[in-house]
Design a protein around this ligand. Structure first.
Ligand SMILES: [Fe+2]
Ligand SMILES: [Fe+2]
Length: 232
């Protein structure tokens, strides 16, 4: 009997949970960050009236978006500077592609819906085509993979869902105790929102920025509850 995607997503969710457990005890930050990005992404999806299945895709993609950081060295995870990293530095830019291909290989026998993997592949894309993207927009492998994951680059729903993951990711990175960034101190939520608003239309999708501004108090509550669970 064929399973629905909602049924399959329970299995996918379990597989992602096992992957996230593999980060511990070496790196406690990344699994907590992934879970919060999933939470924020689901929240934005619901606010923007996406369907139950689309929200599910966002939650899975958010939870697994940085899974390839499992293969990062301690130097990368500890936020060493570019000149101390040597060749290791390039791994930063490979993690969306490696994570997507790892999850596709892991789960290809168990599900036929890989739209959530496509969102992982593109989770560092900016909104405007002029922004820097990794993997690059015109990368042949990326375009082939997106077709395999049933996405069309020009599909507005794809752009919106990539934009949701992007805002959720940047927001949590800004307000949490993340080691690998230039400013080691977490920002307050209003300050982080102002920074995201400043890049609306270039880095960030305008509809998602509007959702963020309209739900600031809900984001604050979600983050407070989540911080009690994960302490980041
Ligand atoms: Fe990432
Ligand atoms: Fe992330």
């Amino acid at each position: 009997m064929e399973r629905s995607f909602l049924e399959e997503s329970l299995l996918i969710n379990n597989a992602i949970n096992v992957c996230l457990r593999m980060f511990c005890p070496r790196d406690l930050y990344t699994p907590a960050h992934c879970k919060t990005v999933s939470l924020f992404s689901g929240h934005f999806g619901a606010f923007l009236n996406l369907s139950r299945e689309e929200i599910n895709l966002l939650q899975l993609a958010g939870k697994a978006h940085d899974v390839a950081k499992l293969a990062w060295s301690d130097n990368l995870l500890q936020g060493k500077k570019k000149d101390e990293l040597g060749d290791d530095y390039s791994n930063i830019f490979h993690h969306p592609k490696r994570g997507a291909s790892f999850l596709f290989d892991l789960l290809k026998e168990h599900t036929s819906n890989f739209k959530w993997v496509g969102l992982i592949l593109c989770h560092h894309w900016g909104y405007s085509k002029e922004e820097k993207h990794y993997p690059p927009l015109d990368d042949i492998d990326t375009q082939r993979s997106l077709k395999e994951y049933s996405w069309d680059l020009e599909d507005p729903k794809f752009k919106l869902m990539v934009g949701i993951i992007k805002v959720a990711d940047s927001l949590h990175a800004a307000i949490s105790n993340r080691v690998y960034r230039e400013d080691p101190l977490p920002k307050q939520i209003p300050e982080a929102i102002a920074e995201i608003r400043g890049k609306m239309g270039t880095v960030y999708h305008p509809e998602v920025v509007a959702a963020l501004e309209n739900t600031e108090s809900q984001i604050k509550s979600l983050f407070e509850i989540d911080s009690q669970l994960h302490s980041f």
